[in-house]
Write a new protein. Structure first.
Length: 328
């Protein structure tokens, strides 16, 4: 740093400000210091800086090892928000969200010297009482219940499912069938319960639930059973991928969409507008969830306190050509 200061004709304190990204240096001086750094081959030592100020500018993410569309999109959004804030990101996949695995993941991230942790575990087990999150690091939880003291960020799963169900009822369908996601998924359970509550609130029959695993193949298998029942005129699938499999099964069975059966999905994948017919679905903003999660975590890190109310990101019904009134 002394070499850089001599080369740039500034004080060592000015070099330190530039190296640490401080804003109280005018642009011309900053450029002169940066040019001097390049000439003498100086690189700021992030490890030394972290030891000095206690901040590592690194965030850990504990994520389910089983990839899903929602987790992948949310992780992309988290990474973008983290990088925009000048932080790096360290991923720690867990195969099963048990107490041992979650605690072990925390321990490994502590060894990696992160400033905070985002937990992106879809499974219901995280909400069970035996899963206790270790203390000692700022934490934000995504897609889970709000029973923790940490900030929780989630899409409004219940309202999205209610919008989907009400849309089909408002079109005149007597009731709505449902292809649910896996029971261990918190999001899937929220959507299923909201679908059921919406039907019950409208005084409608609640049909038996078909259960899938988020994949088009599981939607196709459920769709084969539903297509064989002439009473089925409206189906809400818990994600767009299962809706895609359902559409194939209906087409193969000769049941037109939306002429005989209306279909609604959930997610609004980029491809959903190109399904045939284009899919009516519930749009959720993975980008907003990622931004809110990172903002909440950085606020915790800056204040060095556990705080923050749950953040619920709204959903939006996107009406396309896969829904219509029931046949006469």
């Amino acid at each position: 740093m002394a070499d850089v200061a001599r080369e740039a004709g500034v004080s060592g304190q000015t070099v330190s400000r530039v190296a640490n990204g401080k804003t109280n240096v005018d642009d011309a001086t900053r450029e002169r210091v940066l040019a001097a750094m390049r000439r003498v081959g100086y690189r700021p030592n992030s490890a030394a800086r972290a030891l000095r100020n206690g901040k590592f500018r690194s965030i850990g993410v504990i994520i389910s090892a089983l990839p899903t569309f929602g987790n992948s999109r949310t992780l992309d959004a988290i990474a973008a928000a983290v990088v925009a804030e000048g932080f790096s990101i360290i991923l720690m996949p867990v195969t099963r969200p048990t107490q041992g695995e979650v605690t072990g993941a925390f321990g490994k991230l502590n060894e990696q010297s992160v400033d905070g942790v985002v937990i992106l575990i879809e499974q219901h087990q995280l909400d069970q009482s035996e899963i206790e999150l270790p203390h000692g690091l700022p934490v934000v939880v995504i897609d889970s219940s709000a029973r923790y003291d940490y900030p929780v960020v989630d899409t409004d799963q219940a309202d999205g499912a209610a919008q989907a169900t009400r849309h089909l009822l408002d079109l005149g369908h007597r009731t709505v069938w449902h292809i649910a996601g896996p029971p261990q998924s918190y999001a899937a359970e929220r959507r299923r319960k909201s679908w059921q509550a919406t039907l019950e609130g409208a005084g409608r029959e609640v049909p038996p639930v078909s259960t899938g695993d988020w994949t088009p193949e599981s939607g196709y298998r459920a769709g084969q059973r539903l297509a064989a029942d002439p009473a089925v005129t409206a189906v809400f699938a818990a994600n767009d991928q299962m809706a895609l499999g359902l559409l194939r099964a209906l087409h193969e069975a000769g049941r037109s969409v939306p002429g005989e059966v209306s279909v609604v999905g959930f997610d609004d994948m980029d491809e959903s507008a190109c399904f045939w017919p284009p899919l009516t679905t519930i749009r959720q903003s993975f980008e907003a969830v990622g931004r809110h999660a990172v903002a909440a975590l950085l606020a915790e890190i800056a204040a060095d306190v556990e705080a923050g109310a749950p953040v619920t990101v709204p959903t939006e019904l996107v009406v396309r050509a896969s829904t219509a009134p029931p046949p006469e």
